[in-house]
Design a protein around this ligand. Sequence first.
Ligand SMILES: [Zn+2]
Length: 128
Amino acid sequence: MSSRNKRRNRDREQEEVQVRKHIVLPDVEVKKVVEPRPVCSICGEPIEAIIEAITESDGSYSHFDCVINKLKEKYNVKEPDKVSYIGHGSFAVFTMDEEGKYVIREKIAYESNENYASMLKYVEDNRE
Ligand SMILES: [Zn+2]
């Protein structure tokens, strides 16, 4: 390779660097996703993952486990009966039948779709 060609190559390299500099955008400030952290209306501890929290009828939030415990007390659920989430904002008290299978004793509509939707909106609104 002649020295002339070398220089040409170097020029081209520098040109490329220039072009790349133009392409690279100035530092874009990466916004942190800030999850809202309300406190649990039952135990008063912060709720780490609001998406897993339960929305109360008054619009406050509770830990999933706290709601389970609260319902156990309210519905006087004793072993081996249990309270489980059955989806769509509802819980159910399960009781064991003679065959040892869990059957729903009582359904508890807890979280309205409206409340759930407003929770999602709340999460969205608090994201920047
Ligand atoms: Zn709690």
